[in-house]
Ligand binder design. Structure first.
Ligand SMILES: Cc1cc2nc3c(=O)[nH]c(=O)nc-3n(C[C@H](O)[C@H](O)[C@H](O)COP(=O)(O)OP(=O)(O)OC[C@H]3O[C@@H](n4cnc5c(N)ncnc54)[C@H](O)[C@@H]3O)c2cc1C
Length: 381
């Protein structure tokens, strides 16, 4: 029995079953359609919220169910198992909304959180700019105080949920002279004059995810939309990036597990030279290596998740998990395609979409190189 299975009760199992049934009926049949459209319909978010699957951890007074982080993990696992990365509810529920809950004042929480839980408000977080990705401190977007407002100017890119978002948490410099202590998080609502949603970017994978550019042109936002402390943005981001990396590592883990499952199933049924290809020693050893890596990933991430739930400092280990599991998932997907032969290159085989989608995992939420930078700083070199 795995570490997390020891935590799960009958209630968790019932929840997982009902979520699975929901996804089989309401997500799986539409994946192709959404990929072709390049976006997930807003109604899918609302329906998911109506079922209580968004922001489950939020206290009931803000529209959630007040349950533990392990429910978020169940949702991440089951959504990822639909083999699509367009409908990214965990980005909203477990990455963006926590900023509002942790750093928002009571008025802000009452204003936005119930909509986040119901699916009426879709969220995004905008850090990256054309000239600033890994090097977050070099962002150029500014927010200049003018009376009771901030006036935001700048450009963001690669923003997940960029087109659908009703609110976006923008990292901007309130003091351009000092990026680390002069960065602030400001909530910008869709429809605010000067907030312009740009191109939906054409990606090699995650085809139904609306990743886009965002522009702020003299965008006037009430100062009451400041989240947390003025100048505290960098610190707030560093704090919440840990859970983002954990969520991302979970995504990679499930993709690796799926790739292995698809490949075992295929290689057992595909016959060459008179026997299933899984029985050639080279292939069975390859599958044994893949299964071992997948198992290692799960053991690591479950232990790490329990640490996170206990409130331990996970910075070093989550950087290791984000780096190693995302690289491992890419290896498994690459070997999986190889073992499928030509079929692995065909869209009708699920390994093909997974292979395209998994590529981003070593890049977003902090690249593998940045993760290694963090780890190397923490091992007393
Ligand atoms: C599909 C998608 C969705 C995304 N969603 C969001 C989102 O919702 N919100 C958001 O803010 N951002 C988002 N991003 C941005 C993402 O986080 C960045 O792309 C990522 O952090 C890397 O930044 P960059 O693309 O500018 O690459 P760069 O920072 O320019 O890096 C390029 C290469 O240089 C390497 N490198 C950089 N610095 C170092 C160093 N010091 N040492 C060694 N190597 C280094 C990197 O590892 C990488 O290999 C998304 C990106 C994509 C593609």
């Amino acid at each position: 029995m795995s570490l997390l299975e020891k935590v799960y009760t009958e209630e968790h199992r019932i929840f997982r079953d009902s979520l699975k049934k929901y996804l089989e009926k309401n997500v799986v049949p539409y994946v192709e359609e959404w990929e072709e459209a390049g976006i997930v319909p807003r109604q899918a978010w609302k329906d998911f919220g109506d079922q209580g699957f968004l922001c489950t951890w939020l206290p009931e007074e803000y529209g959630g169910s007040g349950v533990g982080f392990e429910y978020s993990i169940i949702i991440i696992e089951e959504m990822e198992r639909t083999n699509q990365m367009g409908f990214v509810a965990p980005l909203h529920s477990d990455v963006v909304v926590p900023y509002i809950y942790s750093f928002g004042n009571e008025e802000q929480k009452r204003r936005w959180l119930p909509g986040c839980a119901s699916g009426n408000i879709i969220t995004a977080v905008a850090m990256t700019e054309p000239e600033a990705g890994s090097d977050l401190a070099s962002i150029r977007t500014t927010a200049v105080k003018d009376g009771d407002d901030y006036i935001i100017n700048g450009q963001k890119t690669f923003i997940s949920n960029g087109i659908l978002c009703d609110i976006v948490i923008v990292a901007a410099l309130t003091n351009p002279d000092s990026p680390h202590s002069g960065m602030s998080l400001i909530v910008v609502e869709d429809g605010t004059p000067g907030f312009v949603k740009g191109r939906k970017l054409d990606k090699i994978g995650m085809k139904s995810q609306d990743t886009s550019e965002l522009f702020f042109e003299d965008c006037r936002v009430p100062a009451s939309n400041l989240l947390g402390e003025e100048g505290g943005g960098f610190k707030h981001l560093m704090e919440k990036l840990q859970q983002e990396r954990l969520v991302s590592a979970w995504g990679s883990q499930i993709m690796a597990e799926l790739a292995l499952e698809y490949t075992i199933e295929f290689t057992k049924s595909r016959v060459a030279f008179g026997r299933p290809i899984s029985r050639f020693q080279h292939n069975s050893f390859k599958l044994a290596e893949m299964a071992t890596e997948v198992e290692l990933g799960r053991t690591f991430i479950e232990a790490l998740t329990l640490d996170h739930m206990e409130g331990k400092d996970i910075v070093k280990k989550v950087s290791m998990a984000k780096y190693w599991i995302s690289e491992m998932a890419n290896r498994i997907a690459q070997q999986g395609v190889q073992l499928h032969g030509g079929y692995g290159y065909m869209e009708e085989y699920p390994i093909a979409r997974l292979f395209r989608d998994v590529r981003i995992q070593t890049i977003f939420a902090g690249t593998s190189e940045i993760m290694k930078l963090i780890i190397s700083r923490m091992i007393n070199l």
